[in-house]
Design a binder for this molecule. Structure first.
Ligand SMILES: [Zn+2]
Length: 247
């Protein structure tokens, strides 16, 4: 789905906890660079190539991949996408995500699933324990660390917003030119058309995830791209203030 010129929300079919759904990575490009934001579940290389082609962009021109956080559904096809590209593409993320993406420590959800006081119900526990077995299959080196508030000089300017809580180094990205917020998993589309929070149990520090939303209030947002739920348009400042508990 076209969000703006050079901003395409990719619709990738996925099965999440037994149900058929979609995930929504984003591709941003201009004549100088092509940037993929988030890299899907394992095994989705072909689906990415097809979605990018259908969006009128070029998979081969991807030269940067920004990762919002290290969850399996965001980095699963990262290594296979990098291997398929004709040139070396840079991987960019926040410092808080780096050790997980590089495989130096296991995903924290897998570690928490194994803990005696694990907060997860059995089905979720099994899912996260599985991650511990194969997370090294898709880890890669990180090339550049992104800082909170950093303005990336690509495609007219992309602002990095550190929104910890769901994971330690979770980031959102704001594309000023088209007033688009790439929310990663900081925001979900829920009940068909509402902005909502990520699932409490799937977040490392849920109160922090809620507090982090307060950082988004100052942005003039016309479209939010939620990795889970897709594009949302509406009264952003009011919705985000409500969710962050600011009104
Ligand atoms: Zn996710």
């Amino acid at each position: 789905m076209k969000i703006a010129t050079g901003v395409e929300m990719l619709e990738i079919p996925a099965t999440i906890q037994g149900s058929q759904t979609f995930i929504y990575p984003t591709l941003i490009w201009d004549s100088n660079t092509t940037i993929l934001i988030d890299a899907g579940f394992p095994g989705q290389l072909a689906a990415f190539k097809q979605a990018i082609m259908e969006g009128g962009a070029s998979f081969e021109r991807i030269d940067k991949i920004i990762i919002t956080h290290h969850d399996r559904d965001h980095i699963g096809s990262l290594r296979s996408i990098l291997n398929e590209l004709p040139q070396k593409a840079l991987v960019l993320t926040h410092e808080g995500e780096r050790p997980y993406i590089e495989g130096r420590i296991p995903p924290f959800k897998a570690t928490m699933a194994d803990a005696p006081d694990s907060p997860y119900p059995p089905e979720m526990k099994a899912l996260f324990q599985q991650q511990k077995l194969d997370y090294l299959d898709f880890t890669v080196g990180v090339d550049k660390i992104l800082e909170d508030g950093e303005e990336l000089p690509f495609c007219g300017g992309i602002t990095v917003i550190h929104t910890p809580g769901h994971t330690p180094g979770h980031i959102c990205l704001y594309i000023g030119k088209s007033k688009t917020l790439i929310a990663g998993d900081a925001l979900f589309v829920v009940e068909g058309d509402k902005l909502g929070l990520p699932p409490k149990l799937a977040s490392l520090d849920w109160p922090l995830a809620v507090r982090s939303l307060g950082k988004l209030v100052r942005y003039d947002v016309e479209t939010v791209v939620c990795y889970h739920g897709g594009a949302w348009r509406g009264n952003f400042s009011r919705s985000i203030a409500e969710l962050a508990g600011l009104q």
